[in-house]
Design a protein around this ligand. Sequence first.
Ligand code: CA
Length: 224
Amino acid sequence: MNILLVEDEPKLHDFVRKGLQQQGYQVWGATNGSEALELAAAHVFDLILLDVMLPGQTGLEVLDNLKKFNIKTPVIILSALGTTENVIAGLDKGAMDYVKKPFDFGELLARIRAVTRKTGSKTYTHYKIDLVQLDLIARKVWVDGREVNLTKREFHLLELLMVHANRVISKTELAERVWEVNFDMGSNVIEVHMSQLRKKLGMEEFIQTRVGLGYVIEGNLICR
Ligand code: CA
């Protein structure tokens, strides 16, 4: 699971990052709002841990901007601002939970589990863009009603791009998610799989290459 940690206080940032890594989470760090938004737009996260008092834009402004950019990653606020008004403001802005600093690390972990359980239960299982339909439970793909047989990795690539439609996903991100390793990015493994996938779908333009950035599927996403 990928977590984006947005915290400007170096000691706390390190403490939370190390603690989460020890639990097996992959942690990406940002120390201000614009850095956080850039990362959230470029990568796929399961959760964002968001401080409120940040240099530049506040955590609440970050929540507004996430909404504006249509980034639906669940957010838990971690803040020293602990009044009821602060908590209400954070939750009303769209955060799924609000953890007051200082916090017990075990409790933070439990809240992370609770939020990801909730979002997990809300996850859609059927995705459709244009003529392409994806069933995440049956692991099946149809193009214009015709079933297409994909390998496990081809399916996973298509899944990531469809679930996060209209967002460019970098090769690094795809490599980490689909191959779960950091292989040499000089290799053309992703290009080879992508080319096979495009051939099987029979829609060359469906998955678009953004040179130097990654891949994207654009279109109207329907999910249920
Ligand atoms: Ca802070």
